[in-house]
Design a protein around this ligand. Structure first.
Ligand code: C2O
Ligand code: CU
Length: 433
């Protein structure tokens, strides 16, 4: 149920901010299910604006993808909707509204969805760390006056001034020395790309956006994680008691939370990496790159960009008109909305390759619904490691090529997950039939 609630975001035990949350809390409840099973979720909207739930990263039946205006009508205040969440893949996923996401998520509507492997990796403790970036005002309330500000929309998106982990301003997580942790890290911020440093620990990456990777150590102990992305890490805690701070280092480094190892150490005998590979998910990973449908995606617009005009609701508009309409970004020359025709349509089972060009001065995290894609290359150079994602970060000026098998029928969104950019035109959809 989505409803208003309270949370102390500024400091522990500090002033309570009014939030919107699933079951009134932030984050919402951690939902757990087993791979291949169907979770039945009865969603009730107790907000005073329409909402939906999108199951981010789940290769779900289109009817339950939760996109207001595309896959379902929005759920009006007081109404309910039953979602049947069938999860083909195990991994770390999340859920959030897909109507006015830029507002509803900034107010706290999101939660974690864990799909358990039938044979999970052996760890002593499975932990969730959801990072969120909040903009609070002087009263330590969510700064609602600045919601929808064109300045944010045309720049990096809504950046906050407080970072919480699991809804807490400074999470202290107690662990045991020597323990093996599986840490599920999520970035649910509207727009902030996080760089997290796990100093003194040696995290090993197990999965990205829910999909297993060949385990590898995190270089410099720093994890870069864009809005909507997830990363599963394995950490063997050192054998002695101690406090390990997790810092956000994208600007002035500051401690965001800590792992506090105390008590009798656990003696660890299990051998390392070989045992850490997560079981494969049933992804269609055999790409037919030769016979693929090729679809270019050009991103333009934003502050300091070169975009002079774009199509808006089928009419060509200059920058001034676009700004007035709050649509300052485009995909392939179209400042998008659900009402535009599909970006492309493809037959079921066809491979789609998509060179994505970020011709803007800002990073963008491009998300595709209903599918996971392989990152093939960056700026023409093949990527070092195999990576299947549902959200890919592109740097200003970068060209990233992705490919996937369009094996899930329906109408699927693709958009920037900097939610202000999405609302301001960086959205489109495609159809698989
Ligand atoms: Cu996480 Cu279209 O969204
Ligand atoms: Cu963007």
């Amino acid at each position: 149920m989505a409803k208003p609630g309270k949370a102390s975001l500024w400091e522990e035990g500090g002033p309570l901010a009014d939030i919107w949350g699933y079951d009134g809390g932030v984050p919402g409840p951690v939902l757990r299910m087993r791979q291949g099973e169907t979770l039945r979720v009865n969603f009730r909207n107790e907000l005073d604006q329409p909402s939906t739930i999108h199951w981010h990263g789940i290769r779900i039946d289109n009817a339950y993808d939760g996109v207001a205006g595309l896959t379902q009508e929005s759920v009006e205040p007081g109404e309910t909707f039953e979602y049947l969440v069938k999860a083909p893949d195990a991994g770390t996923f999340w859920y959030h509204p897909h109507n006015r996401s830029w507002e509803q998520m900034a107010r706290g509507l999101y939660g974690v969805l864990i799909v358990e492997e039938s044979e999970p990796v052996a760890v002593d403790r499975d932990l969730v760390m959801v990072f969120d970036d909040w903009r609070l005002d002087e009263a330590r309330q969510i700064d609602v006056a600045s919601l929808g500000m064109l300045h944010d929309w045309a720049h990096a998106g809504r950046l906050g001034n407080v970072l919480t982990v699991n809804g807490q301003p400074y999470l202290k997580q107690t662990v045991t020395p020597g323990e093996r942790l599986r840490l599920r890290v999520l970035n649910t911020a509207n727009a902030r790309v996080l760089q997290l440093r796990f100093a003194g620990l040696a995290p090993v990456v197990l999965a990205l956006d829910g999909q297993p990777v060949e385990p590898y150590p995190l270089a410099d102990e720093i994890l870069e994680i864009a809005p909507a992305q997830r990363c599963d890490l394995m950490i063997d805690m050192p054998g002695e008691a101690g406090v390990f701070k997790v810092e956000e280092v994208s600007r002035d480094p500051f401690a965001a939370c800590e792992l506090r190892a105390e008590g009798e150490p656990i003696a660890r005998t299990a051998p390392l990496p070989e045992t850490l590979r997560l079981p494969e998910n049933p992804l269609a990973s055999a790409l037919d790159l030769e016979g693929a449908l090729s679809v270019d995606l050009l991103m333009e617009g934003g502050a300091m960009g070169r975009m002079g005009a774009a199509m808006l609701h089928g009419e060509r508009k200059g920058m001034r008109d676009l700004m007035e309409a709050g649509k300052v970004w485009s995909f392939n020359g179209i400042a998008g909305s659900h009402h535009d025709p599909a970006l492309f349509s493809t037959a079921l089972g066809r491979t789609v390759r998509m060179p994505i060009v970020n011709d803007t001065r800002w990073p963008h995290a491009i998300h595709l619904h209903g599918h996971h894609f392989k990152v093939l290359s960056r700026n023409g150079a093949p990527v070092a490691r195999e990576e299947w994602r549902d959200t890919v970060l592109t740097a200003p000026g970068e060209r990233v090529e992705i490919a996937f098998v369009a094996d899930n029928p329906g109408k699927w969104m693709l958009h920037c997950h900097m939610l202000e950019h999405q609302a301001a035109g960086m959205m489109s959809w495609f159809e698989v039939s």
